[in-house]
Design a protein around this ligand. Structure first.
Ligand code: GSH
Length: 230
């Protein structure tokens, strides 16, 4: 097995996806945290897009390959470890990958609602999010996970979005994010306490997230952030 060094930023949702899969697959790895607001030179050199996650893979002969993009990293990790977290059938596999992309879109919506600074913006963001959650609700079958009984790469793609939506919902329950979406709520409930999800980020992720969302942003505070600060 090659050596794995994952470069992370403590609050990064995309890195969480990769850590979850490393843990689901019982892979040994080193993790190194950087400060994205003060990027070390070696990171600028290493990361082609200047983003985390980056997975530096050391082959048995000592040569290294740098992978980037959470979805690409996860597919690679899945391929080189026993058992597959994607369906065998090419069409079903493509369908799963498509839903991983949907997970990224949901993460973007979750970011928008946590950062909305006025009620009008928040209402628009919530409407857009609601439509996505309605669609997701129709897509989930028997659960408990997206593809059924077993965790898959699709679950990993959604974990950061579902986690942040659950937090936003607590701070601002009027959002009622999971109301009318019982399957999505059950799905997150099945994932939330899983070891790979709990340990997908640093233990104080939630405090870091709260500090970030609640902090003064150029004289403004997001509505969710204001609830945290209150
Ligand atoms: N599509 C990328 C997104 C990664 C990403 O945006 N990471 C953020 C941190 S959470 C980052 O490194 N941002 C720094 C930048 O954009 O300069 C993935 O899935 O890995």
């Amino acid at each position: 097995m090659p050596g794995f060094r994952l470069i992370s930023f403590k609050r990064c949702p995309y890195v969480q996806r990769c850590v979850m899969i490393l843990r689901e697959k019982n892979v040994e790895y080193d993790i190194e945290y950087i400060d994205l607001s003060d990027r070390p030179d070696w990171f600028n050199e290493l990361s082609p897009l200047g983003k985390v996650p980056v997975l530096e893979v050391t082959r048995d002969d000592g040569t290294k390959v740098v992978l980037f993009e959470s979805a690409v990293i996860n597919e690679y990790l899945d391929e080189v470890t026993p058992g597959s977290l994607l369906p065998d059938d090419p069409l079903e596999r493509a369908h799963s990958r498509a839903w991983c992309v949907f997970g990224t879109a949901l993460l973007s919506d979750a970011g928008d609602i946590t950062m909305a600074r006025d009620e009008e913006t928040l209402a628009g963001d919530l409407e857009r999010l609601g439509k996505k959650l309605d669609r997701l609700e129709r897509e989930i079958d028997t659960g408990p996970f997206f593809l059924g009984a077993e965790v898959s790469l699709v679950d990993a793609a959604f974990v950061p979005a579902l986690q942040r939506l659950a937090w936003a919902n607590e701070f601002h329950p009027a959002m009622a994010i999971f109301e009318g979406h019982p399957k999505v709520a059950r799905w997150w409930a099945a994932l939330a306490d899983r070891e790979s999800v709990v340990n997908s980020a640093v233990p104080d992720l939630r405090q870091r997230y709260e500090a970030y969302v609640g902090r003064d942003r150029g004289g403004y505070r997001s509505l969710v952030g204001a609830r945290i600060a209150a």
